[in-house]
Design a protein around this ligand. Structure first.
Ligand code: TXA
Ligand code: MG
Length: 331
């Protein structure tokens, strides 16, 4: 089906993708239509072998330093949740890269995804399989609910392992930098490349995943530090997303509530009872999907620690909350 230009939603270790042949412009246009994604937002091209880069990357435009970083990162971290931005060959359709001089390349660590890529066309362009701006899908059911019949086939690989998108790292210029924090933490990359440039120059958006409001549920989401979260007054019209058991316990004590989240009428959620950032990342979107379907009008969420995978979780939560101008603290 992919060879024939159809669209396949498929599992990866991060989130589900909505894939098509990266070289079929008709199929690429359909991906943008189905997702209602603006054409200025480029797609990631997924590969299943290092050799496949030869059809995508213009190696003549890589400096020695860039080539070295590509070699070190691809050998150490691929397959895995890391997307590399590289100079593209002219033959890569402009639709896939939104007319940029660069292409995003990812080698996913998921047997089903690799099989699909290798046995179809060797290069599958795929954004996350959600309507633009909404929560990313971590299960086949999420794709079915959000995109349904608009997709030609949905491959069900069960819940995604990592649950948060790949880290997007730009190594196409002299100073490499992270454009989107994700499943590969900054410190893991820096241990191989040395220090990365901190931020995009003058706050300019160079990757639409950096749009302020993105990855958002349909409910209003308010973000709090752990200390603020514990001091909130319980409101029956809200759902509460805690980072760990300790935060929930303090909140429950302060409000005279039962100490088990399950006794709270389905309003209390804990990303990782033991406080593991890996577990928290893997349950983030899944939990937000569940909360979004509840009959509540707002969500209170706690910032996880800002280290390792916490960077990516905090990034997604901040964007989910970003469209709110006024933080209401009454409820
Ligand atoms: O984990 C993932 O990366 C998932 C799975 C399906 O692989 N894919 C994913 O794709 O999250 P998407 O389209 O939702 O996000 C791709 C991000 C966007 O923020 C896009 O702007 C950025 O990568 N991107 C793609 N090509 C780029 C380029 N040439 N330069 C800068 N950013 C780029
Ligand atoms: Mg996405």
């Amino acid at each position: 089906m992919v060879r024939a230009g159809q669209l396949a939603a498929f599992p990866t270790e991060t989130v589900y993708g909505l894939g098509c042949d990266a070289f079929n412009t008709y199929a690429l246009a359909r991906v943008f239509e189905v997702k209602k994604r603006p054409r200025f937002d480029p797609l990631i091209v997924h590969i299943a072998s290092l050799d496949a880069m030869e059809r995508l990357v213009d190696f003549s435009r890589l400096s020695a330093g860039m080539e070295y970083r590509l070699s070190v990162l691809s050998h150490a971290l691929w397959p895995g949740p890391l997307t590399l931005i590289l100079p593209k060959l002219r033959t890569v359709p402009d639709l896939a890269t939104a007319g940029l001089e660069t292409v995003a390349v990812r080698f996913p660590a998921h047997d089903g995804a690799l099989k699909l890529i290798a046995e179809s066309t060797g290069a599958i362009a795929a954004p996350s399989a959600n309507p633009f701006g909404y929560l990313s899908p971590t299960r086949a059911e999420h794709v079915r609910e959000q995109l349904g019949d608009a997709v030609d086939v949905i491959l069900d690989g069960g819940p995604a392992d990592i649950g948060i998108e790949s880290t997007v790292l730009d190594i196409s210029s002299v100073a490499p930098r992270i454009l989107r924090p994700g499943g590969t933490p900054r410190n893991v990359i820096e241990s191989l490349t040395g220090p990365l440039t901190a931020e995009a120059p003058d706050g300019k958006i160079s990757s639409p995943g950096q749009l302020k409001s993105h990855y958002a549920p349909s409910k209003e989401l308010y973000l709090h530090t752990a200390a603020e979260m514990c001091r909130l007054e319980f409101c029956p019209d809200a759902a509460y997303l805690f980072f760990n058991q300790a935060s929930f316990k303090t909140f429950a004590e302060n409000n005279g509530l039962p100490s088990e989240p399950s006794d709270g009428g389905g309003r209390f959620f804990i990303l990782s009872p033991s406080g593991s950032l890996t577990e928290a990342a893997s349950s983030l979107f899944d939990t937000l999907h569940t909360i979004d379907a509840l009959p509540v009008s707002l969500i209170h969420a706690e910032h996880p620690p800002k280290e390792g995978l916490g960077d990516a979780i905090n990034d997604r939560l901040s964007r989910a909350a970003a469209r709110l101008e006024n933080i209401r603290m009454d409820c």
